[in-house]
Design a protein around this ligand. Structure first.
Ligand code: HEC
Ligand code: HEC
Length: 287
C-alpha cells in the first residue's frame, strides 16, 4: 500500500499499481442495487408463497408456503387435464374399428400421436424405434409383409401374435449342393426357375409364384427382400442357407431360427391395439 495517496480528492482505496492504476471505491450503479434488493424481496416472497425450506436437522416436513402448491399437485392436475382432452377421442376409438379410424383423418392423427409411446414401450425392443426391424425381427416400416399389411390383419397379428413355422430341410431332405443351389436362386430372386423349388416341396408353402402365402406367413422368396438378414459378418447367401437347413420355429431342430411375435390381446386394451394397428399401418403404407 502506498503511504501517501498521490491522487488526493479521489475516492480510491489506496491500492495503486504501476504508478497510476488504482482501485476505486465507488458504490455499484443504482440499477444494480435495485436489482439486488428486488432479488432479495423476490426470495422472501417466494419463500412465503411456495414450499421452500426442507426439514431442519431433527425436524420433519418442510415449509409448505401459503398457497399449498406442490409439484406433485400440479402434475396431477396436468394429467387430469390431458385425460379430459383425451376422453372424447378414447370414447370414439372404442366405438370404431381400426379400419374406420383410418378413414377419419383427425382421429387417425390423434391415434398415431398417442400410439408412438405405446410402440416405444411394447414393440420397439424387437422391431426398432421406427419399425425398421432387426435380425430376426421383420421390418414394419415397409410394404413387404409376411402376414399382410391390411389393417385387419395387423390388428389380428398384434392381438393373437404370430409364429411362422418352416421345417428344417438340411440333413436327410436336401444335400448340401441342393441347399446351395436353392439358396443361390433365392438370393438372385429366381427361385421359381429352379426345378428343386417344386421337386423339394418349397412350393407347398411359398406358393407356385414363390411369393409366399399370407395366412402361413411364408416369406416372399422372389423379391430379394429378406426377413432374416445376415448377422456376424455372414452374407445373405449364408443366412438363406441357414434358414433352409435349420428351418424357422421348427421343434425338430435345436438350431432352428426362433421368430415369435408375442400376443398382446391379454396385455393391451382393445383401444391400444387399434391405435398400434393404425400406427403400424401408417408406417408401412398398407399392402
Ligand atoms: C419379442 C419380440 C417382439 C415384440 C415385443 C413385438 N414383436 Fe412383432 N414380431 C416379432 C417377430 C419375431 C415377428 C415375425 C413372426 C414370424 O416370423 O412368424 C413379428 C411380426 C410382427 C408383425 C407382422 C409383420 C408382417 O410382415 O406381417 C406385425 C404387424 C408386428 N409384429 C407388430 C408388432 C407390434 C405392433 C408390436 C408391439 C405391440 C410388436 N410387434 C411387438 C417380434 C416381436
Ligand atoms: C411348411 C411350410 C414351408 C415349407 C415346406 C418351406 N417353407 Fe420356407 N418358410 C416358411 C415360413 C412360414 C417362413 C417364414 C418364417 C417366419 O418368418 O417366421 C419361411 C421362410 C423361408 C426363408 C426365409 C426368407 C427370408 O425372407 O429371410 C427361406 C429362404 C425359405 N423359407 C426357403 C424355403 C425353401 C428353399 C424351401 C424348400 C426347400 C422352403 N422354404 C420350404 C414355410 C415353409
Amino acid at each position: 500500500m502506498a503511504d501517501k495517496n498521490p491522487f488526493p480528492g479521489e475516492n480510491n482505496t489506496g491500492h495503486i499499481w504501476d504508478d497510476n492504476l488504482r482501485e476505486l471505491n465507488n458504490p455499484p450503479p443504482r440499477w444494480w442495487m435495485i436489482a439486488f434488493w428486488v432479488s432479495i424481496l423476490w426470495w422472501i416472497a417466494y419463500g412465503i408463497i411456495y414450499p421452500m425450506w426442507p426439514a431442519l436437522p431433527g425436524g420433519t416436513g418442510f415449509t409448505k408456503g401459503v398457497t399449498g402448491w406442490t409439484a406433485m399437485k400440479e402434475y396431477k392436475e396436468g394429467v387430469a387435464e390431458v385425460q379430459e382432452v383425451r376422453a372424447p377421442f378414447e370414447k370414439k376409438i372404442a366405438s370404431m374399428s381400426a379400419a374406420d379410424i383410418l378413414k377419419d383423418e383427425g382421429l387417425a392423427e390423434y391415434t398415431v400421436a398417442s400410439a408412438k409411446v405405446l410402440f416405444g414401450d411394447n414393440c420397439a425392443a424387437c422391431h426398432g424405434s421406427g419399425g425398421q426391424g432387426g435380425p430376426g425381427f421383420p421390418v414394419l416400416a415397409d410394404d413387404d409383409w409376411l402376414y399382410g399389411g391390411d389393417i385387419n390383419t395387423i390388428v389380428q397379428t398384434i392381438t393373437m401374435g404370430r409364429k411362422g413355422m418352416m421345417p428344417a430341410k438340411g440333413g436327410a431332405e436336401l444335400s448340401a449342393e441342393e441347399i446351395d443351389s436353392l439358396a443361390k436362386s433365392i438370393v438372385a430372386g429366381k427361385v421359381t426357375e429352379n426345378p428343386l423349388f417344386v421337386a423339394k416341396g418349397c412350393i407347398g408353402c411359398h406358393g407356385p409364384d414363390g411369393k409366399g402365402m399370407k395366412p402361413l406367413g411364408s416369406a416372399n422368396l422372389t423379391d430379394q427382400i429378406f426377413r432374416f438378414v445376415p448377422v456376424n459378418g455372414e452374407t445373405q447367401l449364408d443366412s438363406v442357407k441357414y434358414t433352409i437347413t435349420h428351418g424357422v420355429n421348427f421343434p425338430g431342430d435345436p438350431k432352428s431360427r426362433v421368430a415369435e411375435m408375442p400376443s398382446f390381446g391379454d396385455r393391451l386394451s382393445e383401444n391400444d391395439i387399434k391405435k398400434l394397428a393404425v400406427y403400424v399401418y401408417k408406417l408401412g403404407g398398407g399392402q
